[in-house]
Design a protein around this ligand. Sequence first.
Ligand code: PBG
Length: 326
Amino acid sequence: MSQFPQLRMRRNRQSEWQRRLTRETRLSRDDLIWTIVVTDQDTDRQSVPSMPGVDRIGLSQIVSEAKRAKTLGIPAIALFPHIDPKLKDSVASEAFNPAGLIPAAVRAIKDSVSDLGVIVDVALDPYTDHGHDGLMNDGRIINDPTVDALADCAVILAEAGADIVAPSDMMDGRVGAIRQRMDSTGYQDVAIMSYAAKYASGFYGPYRDAIGTASSLIGDKRTYQMDPGNSDEALREVALDIAEGADMVMVKPGLPYLDIIRRIKDEFSMPTYAFQVSGEYAMIKAAGQNGWIDEERVILESLTSLKRAGCDGILTYLAPQVAEYL
Ligand code: PBG
């Protein structure tokens, strides 16, 4: 039985002051983690054609970029490497170089910017010539040797000063191995944000352009990243990562997986994050540039939706733009 006309939902929506009073979800700068691609090329910045507005940042500019994050009130940045193809090989040797690009960037930032969180991916794919997140044997991704390698990487990144390491590979057992290795080497205060439910997604295309793995990737990542149709499996993945010691969990991509975010938040009450990935970014930018959508509105709506679904924060290339809107 309808309660109309006593009840009129529109009464609360008549003016902006009423909408402000009744708004349930609010985006703030506290929700932002800015994803930044760092390049080892001798350049200040390089544009990425499939990600208009996102540049690869040279080491010469990384500190000023970090300072910009801080000035904008962004709590943390996440760094991703663009590596000279000449340094790539089948076993990701450059990932274990303590003087490599990302350790150098982290050191430089930590030396000159205080109170800004620095998150680093623990991943082999930027360093492998085959573009996979794991070591390979006979065309297969081999889990346990990869996990061992990732634990080595995590210690190097922790040693450089990273506050949070973020394994993005979807190997089994990597969170526990990284936790154990960091604890036994004195880095018990370095947190782990696990890419806990990471899907084998078409939305990563522009990122693979940005870090230079797009042309080299052999095959796809479906033997370790999740099938887009699965939801219960995401809860099992998250439960495992929590049991292994994850401090924060992430869902990736973001907008196509709002239901997963909500289930995880409800089930585990963990600090939960979404990665608004490169393809989500590219779609918004392309449509915005064509005048097909109102870019600012769509950006704020997308991020608000991620928050409404249960995110405590969002990794996004749009962080500086959003910080300015707010
Ligand atoms: C891989 C990694 C990927 C992203 C972050 N870390 C891509 C992949 O799994 O191939 C994607 C980020 C984005 O699309 O913005 N370790």
